[in-house]
Write a protein that binds this ligand. Structure first.
Ligand code: ARG
Length: 246
């Protein structure tokens, strides 16, 4: 068994006090979700989530490497051990808690509706019979599936949220339902799209967490320790302000 229980082996790890663990944890993220995670011009993965996890890792004394991972397969990648943790604006939900474990929450979010300027809607239930674009398998998808019925042909599911928003611009859908931070960022950076946003307090409050494989309590403890550390020392607040203002 690879010496896992071999009594003849020296207890290496336990006796060495290195400030940083030598192992590099692989972080999965769907990097088409600015400002949380995206790829810059040189292909580097950047964003709020990335900065948070880098700071958490530094605090916890662990090393991380980010790997772009499509949302569609992201939870499987975690489950199969291809990724050690996920930071991808993942909302902590009761259903997801059944198949993975989450850190303490690190960000508050809520769904937000994007429409073309001229579309006359004022609340979520106005989308009951409209064509709505969402990223497949997200909490936005869950919300509209609940309103229209999961099999409604008026729900258009996209691989990424930017693709759904492009389709809104092209007129293929009447609205997009997605996380507020991403919608606001898109609207601010695509003035030409002439979108309007509609908030609705009937959307549930959501919180993002860092996900680990179910039962990986060791890594989870490190992440939570790091998270608590950066919240306490002001570095979380600095990162937050640099992306979202005071
Ligand atoms: N918060 C939403 C959810 O958990 C959407 C997250 C999508 N994240 C991403 N990087 N594409 O369902």
């Amino acid at each position: 068994m690879l010496g896992a229980c071999g009594k003849t082996e020296a207890p290496v790890a336990a006796s060495v006090t290195a400030p940083v663990e030598s192992r590099v944890y692989v972080v999965g993220t769907d990097a088409a979700y600015a400002p949380f995670e995206s790829q810059n011009a040189s292909g580097e993965i950047v964003g709020f989530d990335i900065d948070v996890v880098k700071a958490v890792a530094a605090k916890a004394g662990i090393q991380v490497r980010f790997v772009n991972t499509p949302w569609e397969g992201i939870f499987n990648a975690l489950n199969q051990g291809d990724r050690d943790l996920l930071v991808s604006a993942v909302t902590i939900t009761t259903e997801r808690r059944e198949s993975m474990d989450f850190s303490a929450p690190y960000f508050d979010a809520r769904q937000l509706i994007a429409i073309r300027g001229a579309t006359e809607i004022s609340k979520f239930t106005d989308l009951k019979t409209l064509k709505v674009g969402v990223q497949n398998g997200t909490t936005g998808d869950e919300a509209i599936s609940k309103l229209q019925g999961k099999t409604s042909t008026n729900i258009k599911r996209f691989e990424s949220t930017p693709l759904a928003l492009k389709e809104l611009e092209a007129g293929g859908v009447d609205a997009v339902v997605a996380d507020n931070g991403v919608v606001v960022h898109y609207v601010n950076n695509n003035a030409g799209a002439k979108f309007r946003t509609v908030a609705d307090n009937s959307f549930a409050a959501e919180q993002y967490g860092i996900a680990v494989k179910k039962g990986n309590t060791e890594l989870l403890a490190k992440l939570n320790q790091g998270l608590a550390g950066i919240k306490a020392d002001g570095s979380y607040a600095k990162i937050y302000t640099s992306y979202f203002g005071a």
